[in-house]
Design a binder for this molecule. Structure first.
Ligand SMILES: Cc1ncc(COP(=O)(O)O)c(C=O)c1O
Length: 493
């Protein structure tokens, strides 16, 4: 522990030994510290006063043009570059910090996560491996997730960029479990067993992409029809698998989605888990945003069966409100997980003692060797906010979605396009598709609320995904009023 009373002494020592011509550290630490404090204050002010800004605004050409300059060769003052950031970057960010942001599925972040990210950058820890406490922080979060999701002791977990990566890793782990680890050397090209995977038509596009990257081909993912609540049809799943087996294919992987991207539907995870156990198939759950509904006691029962998955992918950067990026994968069978990624090399040899101790290392469980300290912002977020408060904010998002559903029902010009299962509401102004697409763009350009669009039943839907803990009834009302105002204006044209 640094004694704060000795801080100035340490600074003085650092100043004496720092030669800015040799290292890249500041020549003038005092000036740097003052500027760093300004930068921290600016960002805290940005978050605190986010409601005074537009959600999003179009980027002026002159701002965009300033990002077409040649690579800088000479030093510039930190204050000068920060001023550029304040002028050209900060005002033109995506807007997902803002309570009016409802597009796609984006978390709002918190000041806790932001300062934790700063600490992580200061430590500059590489969590690929070795024996240091940052790796223990990641193991700690992993253990918490194992407990929260009811996975057995000894299950493995790993931070990754996002659910796209976690889903890809799940495909690779299940592929190697099905074909045997030798496939890592031989590749899938000579493989005679033709693997087939299954997911509903509502599955996220990163799953077919994962099949493609894993060498199995996106055509090897069978898309199973959904019921009227956009949940996978279990009977159709069983039929497709039986038919594929008869035709000589090897079914190996079934994806259940806990919160589909379009409508927030949750597949019958318990039914899928039981089916997969019987059929000896790998059961993976894509819980990108929905899995963390586990933290909300009123929503957790919807996820019944998630604890029986062989692997689970989800994001802390969505409903976990951690700053981007913070995806996660949990795998029931640690050995299956490790055998899909571990590699032995002399320069990464393990030891019983010293810095090279602590095997297995995180790099044994994923594709990355160099890994940032994503775990720290999540560890801080979970400790400072607590799972109860996070759960309450998740619950509140779903209550707001139901409020929006109610407002749509009572507004004749609007039509609900899919059942509201969780936090996503798809609706339309009763007019042509182009009108609805234009309404969404105009709402984004208004800077008041920012929904996105999707296609439901072959028609364009305005889609509000309520993920941000700052969103309240005012923003939902603004979405409804804005949609009506834009719809009326377009109809009048
Ligand atoms: C259901 C689902 N799966 C996967 C993803 C991809 O997650 P990420 O953007 O973290 O890669 C998303 C993103 O919204 C999603 O909603």
């Amino acid at each position: 522990m640094i004694d704060p009373k000795n801080r100035s002494g340490i600074d003085a020592q650092a100043e004496a030994t720092t030669d800015a011509n040799i290292t890249l550290d500041p020549a003038d630490w005092a000036a740097f510290r003052a500027q760093a404090h300004i930068m921290l204050d600016d960002m805290l002010g940005y978050i605190k006063k986010i409601r005074e800004r537009p959600v999003w605004q179009p980027i002026p050409e002159e701002a965009r043009a300033r990002f077409r300059s040649p690579a800088p060769q000479k030093s510039e003052e930190l204050a000068q570059v920060h001023a550029e950031f304040m002028r050209d970057v900060l005002p033109f960010a995506m807007g997902n910090v803002h309570p009016g942001f409802m597009g796609w599925v984006n978390g709002g972040g918190t000041p806790v996560g932001m300062v934790a990210e700063m600490l992580a950058a200061g430590l500059n820890a590489n969590l690929g491996g070795r024996d240091h406490i940052p790796v223990e922080v990641e193991r700690q979060v992993s253990e918490w997730m194992r407990e929260i999701f009811g996975f057995p002791r000894g299950a493995s977990g790993l931070f990754v960029t996002g659910t796209s990566m976690a889903n890809l890793m799940a495909v690779v782990i299940a592929r190697d479990a099905a074909l045997g680890v030798k496939v890592r050397a031989s590749g899938v090209a000579g493989e005679t067993r033709r693997l087939r995977a299954y997911a509903s038509t509502a599955v996220h596009s990163c799953v077919p992409k994962a099949m493609d990257i894993a060498g199995l081909g996106s055509d090897a993912l069978r898309l199973i029809p959904v019921d009227n609540r956009y949940r996978i049809d279990l009977r159709a799943l069983a039929t497709a698998i039986a038919r594929d087996r008869e035709a000589g294919f090897t079914p190996f992987f079934v994806v259940g989605t806990a919160g589909t991207v379009d409508t927030g539907a949750i597949d019958d995870l318990a039914g899928m888990a039981a089916f997969c156990r019987r059929e000896k198939l790998w059961f993976h759950v894509d819980g990108a945003f929905g899995a963390l509904a586990m933290l909300a006691p009123d929503l957790a029962p919807l996820l019944d069966g998630i604890e029986r998955a062989d692997s689970l992918a989800f994001d802390f950067h969505k409903w976990g409100q951690a700053p981007y990026d913070a995806g996660f994968i949990l795998v029931r069978d640690l050995e299956a997980h490790k055998q899909a990624f571990a590699m032995q090399t002399a320069y990464l040899a393990r030891a019983e003692r010293g810095l090279a101790a602590g095997s297995p290392w995180p790099c044994d469980f994923g594709p990355d060797l160099s890994r940032g300290f994503r775990a720290l912002k999540v560890w801080f977020t979970l400790k400072v906010l607590g799972t109860e408060r996070l759960g309450a904010s998740i619950s509140r998002c779903c209550a707001l979605a139901r409020y929006l559903e109610g407002r749509i029902h009572e507004t004749p010009e609007l039509e609900l396009m899919a059942p509201v299962e969780l936090n996503i509401v798809c609706f339309r102004y009763r007019a042509a598709d182009q009108v609805n697409a234009e309404i969404a763009i105009r709402l984004q350009e208004s800077g008041v609320v920012a929904p996105s669009t999707t296609r439901i039943g072959g028609r364009t839907a305005i889609r509000a995904a309520i993920v941000n803990h700052r969103t309240g009834r005012a923003e939902i009302d603004a979405l409804v009023e804005g949609t009506l105002a834009q719809g009326h204006a377009l109809a009048a044209q």
